[in-house]
Design a protein around this ligand. Structure first.
Ligand code: PGA
Length: 239
């Protein structure tokens, strides 16, 4: 069955890289899985291809209006964007995004029919002190409470252990499997919906064989390794 593979370019690539990137995607990317590419906002209009759908890395909490520097859900929708990454750990840490802000962003996505990819994950400290399930449960329930079942059924979750992002270290197959079923169970029992859960954190060609073994995985969220279109296409093929 096709899975969902999401590329998160973060603040990478320049305008002069985009032509080659799209060319390499068009020549190398197979249709083995469903693909979403989340480029920088400014690159979004240039990412046109039948090989993937478009995602954004963030969204404003506001509607269109006098909010200098913001990009709204309505603007994303009108730019052919289908998915939005919400609550990435880099936004939580570097921009101090808390649950209340993340909730407003989810609200914006649902309002304009964009699919949010909500990122959740524990820190190294949480993991070392056996708090992973407690942290995930609290984050999920605080963020998702109050949304309708209909909205939540559109949600995608990305489990991204913070200690794994950009570090080259990944959890074991068993750890990922357990946490994914834990997340699915929480959401099923609290809201009666089934959600897709992706894994993100140092996904590379070298560990894709291992990630393939995770039985309940619905897809991947790939940062660093998605900045090269040929590498990204290879990972998609191997997954
Ligand atoms: P990484 O990033 O693949 O570079 O670890 C993943 C992410 O931050 O979404």
């Amino acid at each position: 069955m096709k899975k969902l593979v999401v590329a998160n370019h973060k603040a990478n690539l320049s305008m002069s890289d985009i032509g080659d990137y799209i060319f390499n995607i068009n020549t190398n990317l197979s249709d083995k899985h469903n693909i979403v590419i989340c480029p920088s906002y400014i690159h979004i209009p240039f990412f046109t291809s039948e090989k993937f759908e478009l995602g954004a890395q963030d969204v404003s909490i506001y509607d269109n209006g006098s909010y200098t520097g913001e990009v709204t859900s309505e603007q994303l929708k009108s730019s052919n964007v289908k998915y939005v990454i919400v609550g990435h750990s880099e936004r939580r840490e570097l921009f101090d995004e808390k649950e209340n802000i993340i909730k407003l962003k989810l609200k914006q996505c649902f309002k304009n029919d964009l699919i949010p990819i909500l990122c959740v994950g524990e820190t190294k400290d949480d993991k070392l002190s056996n708090r992973t399930s407690q942290v995930l449960r609290r984050t999920l329930l605080e963020t998702l409470n109050g949304f309708s079942k209909e909205d939540l059924s559109k949600l995608v979750i990305a489990y991204e252990p913070i200690w794994s992002i950009g570090t080259g270290i990944t959890p074991t197959i068993k750890e990922i499997e357990e946490i994914i079923s834990f997340i699915k169970d929480i959401i099923r029992s609290a809201y009666k919906v089934d959600v897709k859960v992706l894994y993100g954190g140092s996904v590379k060609e070298e560990n894709i064989d291992k990630l393939k073994e995770v039985g309940n995985l619905d897809g991947l969220l790939i940062g660093g390794a998605s900045n090269n279109a040929i590498t990204f296409s290879k990972i998609v093929d191997l997954f």
